[in-house]
Design a protein around this ligand. Structure first.
Ligand code: UD1
Ligand code: UDP
Length: 358
């Protein structure tokens, strides 16, 4: 098969690392980077560190309002698809790049493979919720990470083409965590010691674009009993300046990290505080307690297993949840999202296409 993969945002480069490698062993893959993320530390670093194949097309779309950004991507992806005439188009997750890739393919009647299908927050104010619903309803192959996701798709009338394959981010973690755990320099550079700091990330629009929520998070972080290392997403940095919010307490804001340093810091943290989907799962895989700075999560299994506490942005609840966090557990036996062999599974299913009826 000839497969066009569309990526554009940080977590998609990480997800593409294991799957591109596996796909290319059996198929032809053309990689399209929309340019949604473009800073060196939001994009290039992942291609360099994780040996993601360099994009065949870089669309250079950049930032914009949802309509302008998605529209520019839609038009540019369509041009690539018309030129390449692939057998399938593969998209990851729930970003505007996912939506544009899926829509462009659907309009050209090209079959779509959606990795991370069936996740829902049930909050339609989130741009990601719209993107993932549309991508799911347009897809021919729906690669769901869990049974919960499969059941959700069934409840929306989608049963055909659904495959529970586990989480592709567990593949990435499994491959890279041994290398990451040797990278102690990042802790030395930040002058923190294992289990004597917290790691925090914040970037969701619902948190960054609401000054009261953003202030609540920073008040909570500033009141914690250990230093907080915080790699800052460019969106958050801009909003902090706009709203005039200044971190207090021992919050150390740094530039976004590469994946290996990020895994090294997550592995050794006493607790992770985040609104990121990927970071919630990584904390779970690494046996590090997680406090999620949101009112809902798509990764409900991490909460049900007691590993992740959903607290929103109230400073008192944040501090309280960190105090009551689960005990760290290094046995790494949490596997509600598969066994880290999701890439192989996906390639196997896609390879079967010639042998099974559409
Ligand atoms: C996007 C995704 C979100 C995902 C996140 C991963 C959508 C709607 N949202 O959110 O689901 O969790 O990526 O990180 O697709 N910016 C820079 N440099 C960059 C990239 C962004 O400065 O390299 C700034 C720009 O001011 C931009 C803002 O960050 O306007 C937001 O970027 P955007 O890609 O629109 O959304 P994210 O918040 O990154
Ligand atoms: N990540 C990273 N450096 C950072 C912050 C996050 O490498 O400074 C990684 C993180 O480990 C995870 C992924 O980026 O693998 C999550 O991406 P993000 O939080 O941007 O998006 P989400 O998962 O919420 O869509």
């Amino acid at each position: 098969m000839k497969i066009v993969t569309v990526v554009g945002a940080r977590p998609q480069f990480i997800k593409a690392a294991p799957l591109s490698l596996a796909l290319r062993a059996r198929h032809e893959e053309i990689l399209v980077h929309t340019g949604q993320h473009y800073d060196q530390e939001m994009s290039d670093v992942f291609f360099e560190e994780l040996a993601v194949p360099l994009p065949d097309y870089h669309l250079g779309v950049g930032s914009g309002t949802h309509g302008a950004q998605t529209g520019a991507m839609l038009s540019a992806v369509e041009t690539v698809l018309q030129k390449e005439a692939p057998d399938a188009v593969l998209v990851y997750g729930d970003t505007n790049s996912t939506l544009a890739g899926a829509l462009a393919a659907a309009k050209l009647c090209l079959p779509i493979a959606h990795v991370e299908a069936g996740l829902r927050s049930f909050n339609r104010a989130m741009p990601e919720e719209i993107n993932r619903i549309v991508a799911d309803h347009l897809s021919r192959w729906l690669f769901a990470p869990s049974e919960v996701a499969r059941r959700q798709l069934a409840s929306e009338g989608i049963e055909c083409g659904v495959h529970v394959v586990g989480d592709i981010m567990l593949d990435a973690l499994r491959i890279h965590v041994p290398r990451a755990r040797t990278r102690t320099e990042v802790l030395e550079r930040l002058t923190v010691r294992p289990q004597e700091y917290y790691l925090a990330t914040v970037h969701r629009a619902e948190n960054t674009d609401d000054s009261a929520r953003l202030a609540g998070i920073f008040k909570g972080l500033g009141a914690l009993d250990l230093p907080v290392v915080m790699p800052l997403h460019p969106r958050t940095r801009k909003r902090l300046a706009e709203f005039g919010i200044h971190p207090h307490g021992a919050v150390c804001m740094i530039e976004p990290l590469g994946y290996l340093d990020m895994l090294a810091l997550q592995s050794a943290a006493a607790c992770v505080l985040t609104d990121s989907g990927g970071v919630q799962k990584e904390a779970y895989y690494l046996g590090v307690p997680c406090v999620t700075l949101r009112d809902e999560t798509e990764w409900v299994e991490t909460v049900e297993t007691g590993w992740n506490a959903l607290v929103g942005t109230d400073p008192i609840r944040i501090v309280d949840a960190v105090k009551r966090r689960a005990t760290r557990d290094d046995d790494g036996s949490r596997n509600v999202y598969g066994n880290g062999r999701t890439a192989e599974c996906i390639v196997e299913i896609l390879s079967d296409v010639g042998r099974t009826p559409a």
